[in-house]
Design a protein around this ligand. Structure first.
Ligand code: ZN
Length: 99
């Protein structure tokens, strides 16, 4: 028997296809007989779809300043100096979300 609590806990991995086949079959079996969990699955999928449709978050200026400060510390030059922003942009090319 697969209980509702277990199925709900597994929904994330179920939707992303990460469950082992046997566990997935167990969840499928439960979903086919449990309207509560089927509804939860539909809601979960709707939330995932909505989240995927949102634009990527833009960091606030304060967050950007903290990130740059951390990068400067992490990329300190051997002579004790630090890279300026132009050098950082060359060293760390912008890489937006890939999809
Ligand atoms: Zn259930």
């Amino acid at each position: 028997m697969t209980g509702c609590e277990r199925v709900i806990a597994l929904l994330g991995d179920y939707v992303s296809g990460e469950l082992p086949a046997l566990v997935r079959a167990d969840v499928d079996q439960h979903l086919s007989t449990c309207p509560t969990c089927s509804a939860a699955l539909a809601e979960y999928r709707a939330v995932v779809r909505l989240a995927a449709s949102l634009p990527p978050p833009t960091p606030s200026p304060a967050a950007e300043a903290r990130i740059l400060a951390a990068l400067r510390a992490a990329t300190a030059l051997p002579d004790g100096g630090t890279m300026d922003e132009t050098q950082l942009e060359i060293a760390l090319p912008a890489s937006g979300p890939t999809g």
